[in-house]
Design a protein around this ligand. Structure first.
Ligand code: FNR
Ligand code: LAC
Length: 358
């Protein structure tokens, strides 16, 4: 802990505490989103549009939150979403986050835009997936996938909702710049050239590939036998197409409201995606998950597991690996209580009868 205050009791308190310890530019980069941040708010609000139908007089003396997601065993159905530049929150960056996620017994998805090398993060030894941003340099992209495979990452998460960076006022206002001494440790060009503005949008425009499309999927899949997960799907059309293209997993996500403002909330998009996939792939969800009951609702609507982005960054900023672990443990404790009160003894028992529209 960075101060003497007692540890936060909720993710909301972690958010407040993180705001107090992070420099403004980092705090805004983490918290912010696109345009009027309507989708950020709606990701949260969506959880209130659904209500639970708990069952009583079920023997819930023994409860088990463990499960397997895309072949990876986890201690709870909550994984760490890929997020960029953890060194903004902690000197050890993603290595520290990986320690926290491993201690909590769950998967960390490492961003292509990490501030530490994927090999250093792998050395922590926890369960790990690699999130891919396809680069303009396709040979380098192929090398990145092969490096991830060699370093024991057990799935590739292809993020598809960032052909360009969303219009983010906060970053524009702060003239977001990567602090000196920090960079994108896994990329060929780790910092934008000094002659260019070093904001994220410029960097992505310079390195990323907005021409990426469905025709590239076959090439991507030829690079490795690891399972592929498509992140950033919010429609039944894309979900069906993803399954046809051979993706083993889908993350229903609007990038935490950072890309296209006004996009449907993740939880509201979940039912149509689950219906379109019809059991042919594993469906995950991220965006606005802050409580154990949120996890319960997403699973009741057919998600196999959920992921959390910002809460992990707040935990990292406030308490390093311990903070990451405590954030995940808070959700675990809340989910455990919610399952008991809903009459569910295991993740498998969380079903569609548990939920309806408010
Ligand atoms: C992200 N997200 C993201 N996604 C991704 O695939 N690659 C990335 O590098 C990043 N970077 C990133 C940075 C920051 C600061 C945030 C907040 C988010 C999106 C992330 O994986 C996830 O979809 C959202 O964060 C989920 O929403 P919540 O949990 O933050 O509400
Ligand atoms: C972001 C990118 C980098 O949301 O994924 O900031």
């Amino acid at each position: 802990m960075t101060d003497q205050a007692p540890p936060p009791v909720s993710i909301r308190e972690y958010e407040e505490r993180a705001r107090g310890v992070l420099p403004r530019m980092a705090s805004d980069y983490y918290a912010g989103g696109a345009e009027d941040e309507r989708t950020i708010a709606d990701n949260r609000a969506a959880f209130s549009r659904w209500v639970l139908r708990p069952r009583v007089l079920v023997d819930v003396a023994e409860r088990d939150l463990t499960m397997v997601v895309l072949g990876t065993p986890v201690s709870l159905p909550v994984l760490v979403s890929p997020t960029a530049l953890h060194a903004l929150a902690h000197p050890d960056g993603e290595v520290e986050t990986a320690r926290g996620a491993a201690a909590a017994g769950t998967v960390m998805a490492l961003s292509s835009l990490a501030s530490r090398t994927l090999e250093d993060v792998a050395a922590v030894g926890g369960p790990r997936w690699f999130q891919l941003y396809v680069q303009r340099d396709r040979d380098f992209t192929a090398e990145l996938v092969k490096r991830a495979e060699a370093a024991g990452y057990s799935a590739i998460v292809l993020t598809a909702d960032l052909p360009v960076v969303g219009a983010r006022d906060r970053d524009a206002r702060n003239a977001f710049t990567i602090p000196s001494g920090m960079g994108y440790a896994n990329l060929a060009v780790t910092r934008p050239p000094e002659s260019q503005a070093s904001d994220l949008a410029t960097f992505i425009a310079f390195q990323g590939d907005p021409s990426l499309n469905w025709n590239d999927v076959e090439w991507l899949r030829s690079l490795t036998d690891l399972p592929f997960i498509l992140k950033g799907v919010v429609t039944e059309e894309d979900a069906a197409r993803a399954v046809d293209a051979g993706f083993e997993g889908i993350v229903v996500s609007n990038h935490g409201g950072r890309q296209l403002d006004g996009t449907i909330a993740s939880l509201d998009a979940l039912p149509e995606v689950v219906a379109a996939v019809d059991g042919r792939a594993e469906v995950l969800l991220d965006g606005g998950v802050r409580r154990g009951t949120d996890v319960l609702k997403a699973l009741a609507l057919g998600a196999r597991a959920v992921m959390v982005g910002r809460p992990v960054l707040w935990g990292l900023a406030v308490g390093g690996a311990g903070g990451v672990r405590r954030v995940l443990d808070l959700i675990r404790r809340e989910l455990d209580v919610a399952m008991a009160l809903a009459g569910c003894r295991s993740i498998a028992e969380i079903g569609t009868k548990l939920i309806r529209r408010a």
